[in-house]
Design a binder for this molecule. Sequence first.
Ligand SMILES: [Fe+2]
Length: 194
Amino acid sequence: MPYSETSFNLPVMQGLSQKQIDAHLKLYAGYVKNVNALAEKVDEYRKDSAAHAVALSELTRRYAFEWNGMRLHEIYFASLGGNGAIEGALADALAATYGTVDAWKIEVQAMAMMRGIGWVLLVVDRATNTLRNIWVSDHEVGHLAGCDVLFALDVWEHAYLLDYLPAQRADYVTAVFANLNWKSVEERYVNKNM
Ligand SMILES: [Fe+2]
């Protein structure tokens, strides 16, 4: 069954213009479209996998890029539109892991300055309830198998170039934190089936 775009009713946000958000949402829509297009093509080629082995392999590799692009953007947009307050069970767990919530935030901000395109993700290993910040290049390189993504910070330049210069990435990250909708992040932590 094809995937559908998620709608995000984001309010006007300080530091993240409507123009920037709209352009970014259009890119997100492209990932959903491509996930569906690739799945359709794979289904077709699967009728004769041996004859289409090379194409199938390449399409499957690309599927990981488009799929993760789709899912990570859904987590990113869902975590925007709030007042920035970080509280609740996940905040407590972050404080237990990093000393303070601010220390966690400082690590995210530092990692977000990594040159190159990608994401800073907060993930949890459910088996041990271990929280960890990781860097993912593109959308799919660097994930920790089996971990769930709780928070996704997009640091591709397309996420902020209409509002900030490349050298102002730190200001963009500050704006994301100021507009955090932590409720959605907390829900992913508490509801293990999300
Ligand atoms: Fe993006």
